[in-house]
Design a protein around this ligand. Structure first.
Ligand code: PGA
Ligand code: ZN
Length: 418
């Protein structure tokens, strides 16, 4: 059994130009790298992203996390056999010893956890998805083409307006539709609002001066039609409200209005009636399981109610959401929980509880396509990794193209199962 010969972390930059942790590891002469992503609208229950809070990088340096890898984790793991992800992750979790990884930092632990999966693949001459899972499917992409909330500077409170090209036989055809619609949308926005409307936000979607959520969704429907596709049959819509970000003083501040939970439920059900909306993520504040459950009772048998900040890829919070019937889909982000093993446990729990899974990027991403392999390996129904533009986003979509090609006749596209 090959062993881990070397682990070394360094500070590199993410897609927003902020520092993040990269881990390099070596076994039998093979060298692999993993880079950790970072959110902006982070959930308050996420594992700790350790930042230096000193004068470098406006306090965002990650040299403490880097040191924790090089001086605390590496000495424990170098020389260990690459036999099991779970065993190696467990060594790190015990080394940290806290619920939210406040000793070593989730960014330190996750970097090593991901690089271990890559090393296990590397020494066996396998692809990453092959060492994580046993059988595979290709997820449907949720492409974020209009950015609002914290990811853009506009008036839209809802953070993400996404197109979901599912009515195709393959991922490749879906991605092509996604790209064509993105460019149709660009032309429409330019015509209506001028060239500055097609500046892009953090996830590569446009950031136009649209005020109302319904107008943003209408633009998407027009773009789908302009590109020659049929809304609903081939391409549906999804939103991530990221509602904790606009919940202040007991009200939701959205579409230039001050809304109660009941108002928000009405808004969501109206949008679902008016548009081919198949997925609503984080519709309410991250602690309000009850409000989520209210929406579930109304729409849960028709569309995906996705928990992100509510559940933060943490099995305890997912259990709570299952017990209260607060959602029917998990947004799975590896850095919310901080190790691959725990993310896989979250996915397993979803399968037991008959929830769907959307594997997700962060708004601060990197060139590392790891989550594409992860989504294939856990047979995630969907993947959310930004617009079909900007290399930190397309890195994931392009990896899915490679995997679909590699699987050939055996590739099962989730769009065909919907
Ligand atoms: P974040 O946004 O990475 O900034 O948290 C993504 C999301 O809310 O899904
Ligand atoms: Zn979200």
């Amino acid at each position: 059994m090959p062993t881990i010969d070397r682990i070394h972390a360094r500070e590199v930059l993410d897609s927003r130009g902020n520092p993040t942790v990269e881990v390099e590891a070596e076994s039998m002469g093979r060298i692999v790298y993993a880079i950790v992503p970072s959110g902006a609208s982070t959930g308050e229950h996420e594992a700790l992203e350790l930042r230096d809070r000193d004068n470098r990088f406006h306090g965002k340096g990650v040299l403490k996390a880097v040191r924790n890898v090089n001086e605390v984790i590496a000495p424990k793991l170098v020389g260990e056999e690459l036999d099991s992800q779970e065993r190696l992750d467990k060594i790190m979790l015990e080394l940290d010893g806290t619920e939210l990884k406040t000793n070593l930092g989730a960014n330190a632990i996750l970097g090593v956890s991901l690089v271990i999966a890559k090393l296990r693949a590397g020494v066996q001459g396998k692809w990453i998805y092959e060492v994580i899972g046993n059988d595979y499917t290709i997820p449907v992409p949720l492409l974020n083409v209009i950015n609002g909330g914290k990811h853009a500077g506009g008036k839209l409170a809802i953070q993400e307006f996404m197109i979901v090209p599912h009515g195709f036989d393959t991922f490749r055809e879906s991605l092509r539709a996604g790209s064509e619609i993105y460019h149709s949308l660009k032309s429409l926005l330019k015509k209506k609002y001028g060239v500055s409307a097609v500046n892009v936000g953090d996830e590569g979607g446009f950031a136009p001066p649209i005020d109302r959520s319904a107008d943003a969704l209408q633009m998407l429907v027009s773009a789908i039609e302009d590109a020659g596709y049929s809304p609903k049959e081939q391409v549906s819509l999804a939103i991530d409200a990221a509602a904790s970000e606009f919940f202040h003083d007991a009200y939701y501040h959205v579409d230039d209005q001050k809304m109660t939970i009941e108002d928000m439920v009405d808004l969501y059900s109206q949008l679902t009636e008016e548009f081919p909306l198949i997925s609503i993520e984080d519709p309410f504040d991250e602690n309000d399981f009850e409000a989520f459950a209210k929406l579930m009772r109304l729409l849960g048998n028709k569309i995906a109610i996705v928990a992100d900040d509510l559940t933060v890829t943490n099995v305890n919070r997912i259990k709570q959401a299952m017990d209260t019937n607060a959602a029917n889909y998990l947004l799975l982000k590896v850095n919310q929980i901080g190790s691959l093993t725990e993310a896989l446990n979250a996915s397993d729990l979803c399968r037991q509880g008959k929830w769907g899974v959307v594997v997700s990027h962060r708004s601060g991403e990197t060139e590392d396509p790891f989550i594409a392999d992860l989504a294939v390996a856990i047979k995630a129904e969907r993947i959310k990794t930004g617009a079909p533009a900007r290399s930190e986003r397309t890195a994931k979509y392009n990896q899915l193209l490679r995997i679909e090609e590699k699987l050939g006749d055996k590739a099962i596209y989730q769009g065909t199962l919907m």
